[in-house]
Ligand binder design. Structure first.
Ligand code: GS8
Length: 220
């Protein structure tokens, strides 16, 4: 069977999330670059894969998927015979619901704030603009509020959805990796020792190390 294809490249955070799951389950995969400079992501071939003109797109035979978190769930379900099936806690309705809840927290609370900081700090200057310091300050404050909740939660468990790592934790990796290189990281994460320890535990995973090196530090 031919390996699955991931359209987009590792420095893009939403692509990196998918690569992380593929690495966790040890799946074979092929990365197909989409040339953003040539606006290939808005061209007809890529729009047929992802009608939003975004990366990632994911192909497994006849199945074409968009949305990185949905792709991750598919990958983990498909490989549920591996140890990493536990990343979704499938088979246990209560535990899998908790993973889902914290995956939504990552997508709907953490991601918008960290994304806004990333855009202002890295993307706007790269395009020749001036970062909006007000947006940065508001987003950093929002991140702190979210991480205060994580800090409390991590007081009674090692990971967001229990004592073992889940997709909810891993899904934080791509943007956090970039955020940790920004000047705001020390003030935000430094205030939360359990969150910092949680992040360090994530960094010990071979999948995380591998994708971190694939990401480099170019895009988002
Ligand atoms: C977001 C994809 C996305 O924003 C997902 O897959 O999780 N919710 C989707 N992709 C970005 C690059 S990754 O930061 C992208 O393709 N942007 C180009 C554009 O929107 O035109």
């Amino acid at each position: 069977m031919s390996p699955v294809k991931v359209f987009g490249s590792a420095p893009f955070t939403n692509v990196a999330r998918v690569l992380l799951c593929l690495e966790e389950v040890g799946a074979e995969y092929e990365i197909v670059d989409v040339d953003f400079h040539a606006r290939e992501h808005k061209g007809p071939d890529h729009l047929a894969r992802n009608p939003f003109g975004q990366v990632p797109a994911f192909q497994d035979g006849d199945l074409m998927l968009v949305e990185s978190r949905a792709i991750c769930r598919y990958i983990l379900r498909k490989h549920r015979s591996t140890d990493q099936a536990n990343l979704l806690r499938e088979g246990n309705p209560e535990e899998s619901a908790v993973v889902d809840a914290w995956l939504y927290v990552e997508a709907l609370q953490y991601d918008p704030a960290v994304h806004a900081v990333f855009v202002q700090h890295s993307v706007v200057p790269a395009l020749g603009g001036e970062p909006d310091e007000r947006v940065i300050a508001e987003s950093v404050a929002q991140l702190k509020e979210t991480l205060a909740v994580y800090e409390a939660r991590l007081g009674t468990r090692s990971y967001l959805a229990g004592d073992e790592v889940s997709l909810a934790d891993l899904s934080h990796f791509p943007y956090t990796r970039y955020f940790m290189e920004m000047p705001y990281a020390a003030a935000v994460f430094g205030a939360y020792p359990r969150v910092t320890a949680w992040w360090e535990r994530l960094l010990c995973r071979p999948s995380v190390r591998k994708v971190a090196s694939m990401m480099g530090r170019d895009s988002g």
